[in-house]
Design a protein around this ligand. Structure first.
Ligand SMILES: [Mg+2]
Length: 371
């Protein structure tokens, strides 16, 4: 397998210089051969990254309604509603069939192709829990991810900081794309001195780190009177968690979050499952991270690659959309409830994700044995 690793050269602030140095190595994924470097104009990259897609800020009430609807445990008020809900679910599952039921069709398409696996973390590998600091994965899930990574290039793509998600996953064999893809690192390699060498591939929002730190402090102060509100620093972005906040206070919390942004026009708000997120207004998301990783693996124009992205949240839709537009690979939405999505298949929860990944590894091992 030929891989082309495209690497922003070091950890220096990339926005402080006129050029950005990127290294390219046509080397196997885990090779220790040194990359070659080239430099291109900083302005050009920034023009690509600067957001020109600022959407109108939604109303607080629409965020709150949407967050409420994203709760699968929400009770329906009447039997009429549950009949409608069942109808919805039946027609939805026809449109987005279970990836487990469609497994044979999926591996048929994968024959002779290199699967590249992209996995969201929260709600996909770990269950959604009240305390985001305790979103642990099971031992079984860790083992299966390790197996997946041994058989396919594998990346975890998450809104969390890399440090946080790595502390949960505890695996060195995979790519991590943290902060919604704004922080991408290659698998850890041990150098000849026995030291771990973490490969920073790309950090397009480095200049925003101090701003994010400042906004985290302001928001912690502004929200401390709201019981259960939690602000999480994800390094290049931040999350305000609503999960432990009384629903009656959601609008007030959203209002506080929105008010802070008035002073920070270079930051924007996005919404996830019971979370509001503040991110730099650069045009970079999980979909762009997927494209970047495919390119850095040498699969930009390959016909023989099958990217598979599994995720549960709105931010994962950017990646599903990229796959649809490429006409290559497919997205799998993790959801128990019908949702509009750009994915092709569905799985209900992390335990089904575990089963799907396990079957994929077994299929791969079997197909290698048959070659
Ligand atoms: Mg998620």
């Amino acid at each position: 397998m030929t891989n082309q690793n495209v690497i922003v050269s070091d950890r220096k602030p990339i926005l402080g210089s006129k050029t950005i140095t990127v290294s390219v190595s046509n080397s196997p994924l885990f090779s220790t051969s040194p990359p070659t470097y080239f430099t291109f104009p900083r302005r050009k990259l920034l023009q690509l990254l600067e957001s020109n897609n600022m959407v109108g800020t939604p109303k607080i009430s629409s965020w709150v309604d949407s967050m409420r609807d994203s709760s699968p445990t929400r009770l329906r008020s009447s039997s009429h509603d549950s009949v409608l809900e069942n109808d919805d679910k039946n027609s939805w599952i026809v449109r987005f069939p279970s990836a487990l039921n469609m497994f044979d069709e999926i591996v048929n398409v994968a024959k002779g192709k290199q699967i590249v696996m992209f996995l969201d973390y929260d709600g996909t590998l770990s269950p959604i829990v009240e305390d985001p600091d305790k979103a642990y994965i099971t031992h079984e899930m860790r083992e299966v991810i390790k197996d997946v990574a041994l058989n396919f290039p594998t990346a975890i793509v998450t809104g969390r900081s890399i440090d946080k998600v790595r502390s949960f996953v505890k695996l060195n064999e995979i790519y991590y794309a943290g902060s919604h893809g704004m922080d991408i690192e290659a698998p850890v390699k041990e150098n000849t001195c026995g030291e771990n060498n973490q490969g920073v591939l790309f950090q397009p929002a480095r200049e925003f780190v101090p701003m994010i730190e400042k906004v985290v402090k302001i928001l912690e102060e502004k929200t401390k009177w709201i019981p259960g509100a939690m602000v999480e620093n994800n390094k290049f972005c931040l999350s305000v968690h609503f999960r432990r906040v009384d629903e009656k206070r959601w609008a007030a919390l959203a209002e506080q979050v929105k008010s802070v942004l008035l002073d920070y026009p270079k930051l924007k708000l996005t919404q996830g499952r019971k979370v509001l997120e503040i991110r730099p207004t650069i045009k970079w998301d999980k979909g762009q991270a997927l494209t970047f990783l495919l390119k850095s693996l040498g699969y930009e124009n390959s016909e023989d690659v099958l990217p598979v992205y599994i995720g549960d949240d709105r931010t994962d839709e950017d990646a599903f959309k990229v796959l649809r537009e490429r006409g290559q690979g497919f997205g799998i939405l993790v959801s128990k409830v019908p949702k509009e999505t750009n994915a092709s298949y569905s799985l209900q929860d992390p335990s089904q994700v575990n089963e799907f990944l396990k079957r994929l590894v077994d299929w791969k091992k079997k197909s290698v044995g048959e070659e």
